[in-house]
Design a protein around this ligand. Structure first.
Ligand SMILES: Cc1cc2nc3c(=O)[nH]c(=O)nc-3n(C[C@H](O)[C@H](O)[C@H](O)COP(=O)(O)OP(=O)(O)OC[C@H]3O[C@@H](n4cnc5c(N)ncnc54)[C@H](O)[C@@H]3O)c2cc1C
Length: 412
């Protein structure tokens, strides 16, 4: 097939690798003039690590990133609010902190056609009649048998899924974040967070190495109302540092060098729900199909799962309509669960509703210890809630299987 992929983020990169390996003629369009990662770091869950395993990249990812074993949230006085251990899900379970750059380079190197990505091309629309994509200059590219919209949370292509966008809202809160070089961070295998009510949240996620830089890195993030994120300036950096000194004093020396707003990335989140992620020969994947708040740390994970599920569906069905239907069915339950959970849980951590913070502080600890509640909480954390377990839900500890061996992976 002739396949167009719009966007070279994680979803687009993974799709390009998988579909090229299946022998399809893949053309990738990316709006950035040069290829490179956006953002700081992220937490990859076991289901996403297993997709990297399937690509033969899990070993390298582990070497580049930082294994995460536990999540800890505490009040400013250090009282635990949340303490979740991956190994309580199963003995071989863990997360992986990575820099955006490390994952981007890993996927780019695994994509033999990466040098042919059409950079600097902003795709502004999809013409269903001619099965072509139209760029910002009005130039038509195509026709393609299939177009994959992987153009991220602010996708312009998802409207091509006529009448299928049932929700598209901006979250009232966002965050600023950056990478900090800390070689001797005291909790290298823990994601740590501090909460003061629902209006202040600070996170420190160890993410391992960073391409082109020495040392070990940690992602620092700081929650803010969206209106403050939009106008974040040097004065806001001063205010942020004062809050950090107040609620997490041990962290203050590590951010002492931050003085300018440009030293931090800003993030606003979208909540996007599609009734159906495909229409005709257009399929929408990754954040473009299901952008959500990053509270549950699932977006990169889901982008990888989408790419793998779409490649499997196209491999299993000659007929594209049937393949897209199979893809939708495979991803539906997982996507819906995380859309709902992130919509419900985000206000407990980022909102103006103080009472929600009290409920969180009072209930999360006991719930995490209750046998009936701990299992579901862990399945949500690990990205496994609602996910059809086979064929790529767990990293195989004994071997890393490469492209083309997917059938063995399925039957095994
Ligand atoms: C603050 C924050 C923290 C996060 N933390 C985590 C975490 O811990 N764990 C996790 O799993 N996820 C996390 N996420 C979510 C994660 O970043 C996203 O879900 C993930 O990057 C989505 O990948 P994608 O490929 O769908 O989209 P993107 O990575 O956004 O890629 C989209 C690509 O398309 C290109 N593009 C866009 N429009 C066009 C166009 N019209 N034409 C051509 N190219 C175009 C863009 O330049 C970009 O390269 C976080 C997100 C934020 C904001």
């Amino acid at each position: 097939m002739k396949v167009a992929i719009v966007g070279y983020g994680t979803a687009g990169q993974a799709s390009a690798i998988l579909l090229s390996a299946q022998g399809h003629d893949v053309t990738v369009f990316e709006r950035s003039p040069t290829l490179g990662p956006v953002g700081a770091g992220f937490l990859l869950q076991p289901t996403g690590i297993a997709v990297l395993d399937r690509l033969g990249l899990a070993g390298q990812a582990m070497a580049l990133g930082q294994r995460i074993d536990e999540l800890h949230g505490a009040t400013p006085r250090g009282r635990p609010v949340m303490a979740m251990r991956y190994r309580d899900r199963r003995a071989d379970c863990f997360g992986l902190g990575m820099t955006r750059g490390a994952l981007f380079e890993l996927l780019r190197e695994a994509h033999p056609e990466a040098a042919h990505v059409r950079t600097g091309v902003f795709i502004a629309g999809y013409d269903a009649a001619t099965r072509s994509v139209i760029d910002a200059d009005g130039v038509s590219h195509g026709p393609f048998d299939l177009t994959i919209a992987a153009d991220g949370a602010h996708s312009v292509l998802r409207v091509g899924c006529e009448n299928q966008v049932s929700r598209e809202a901006l979250y009232p809160w966002g965050a600023v974040w950056c990478l900090l070089r800390i070689d001797d961070w005291a909790s290298p295998t823990h994601l740590r967070q501090r909460y003061a009510g629902t209006r202040a949240m600070i996170g420190m996620l160890p993410v391992g190495t960073r391409p082109g830089h020495d040392g070990r890195w940690v992602t620092f993030y700081f929650s803010l109302p969206g209106t403050v994120v939009d106008v974040f300036d040097d004065l806001a950096v001063v205010a942020m540092k004062a809050t950090v000194a107040e609620i997490w004093p041990e962290l203050a020396p590590h951010i002492a060098h931050l003085a300018h707003a440009e030293q931090l990335n800003r993030a606003r989140y979208r909540d996007v729900v599609l009734r159906q992620p495909h229409h005709g020969r257009l399929v929408v994947i990754g954040d473009a199909a299901h952008a959500m708040s990053p509270q549950l740390g699932q977006g990169v994970n889901m982008a990888l799962l989408d790419a793998a599920a779409l490649a499997d569906a196209l491999r299993d069905h000659q007929d594209i309509d049937r393949a897209l239907d199979a893809y939708r069915r495979r991803r539906h339950a997982h996507v819906r669960i995380y859309q709902r959970m992130s919509r419900w849980l985000t206000p407990l951590f980022q909102s103006d509703r103080t009472v929600l913070g009290w409920c969180r502080d009072a209930l999360f600890g006991p719930l995490g210890r209750m046998p009936g509640a701990r299992g579901p909480m862990l399945s949500i954390l690990t990205g496994e809630a609602g996910h059809a377990a086979e064929p790529y839900s767990r990293v195989r500890a004994d071997s890393v299987y490469a492209l083309g061996e997917g059938e063995q992976g399925r039957s095994g």
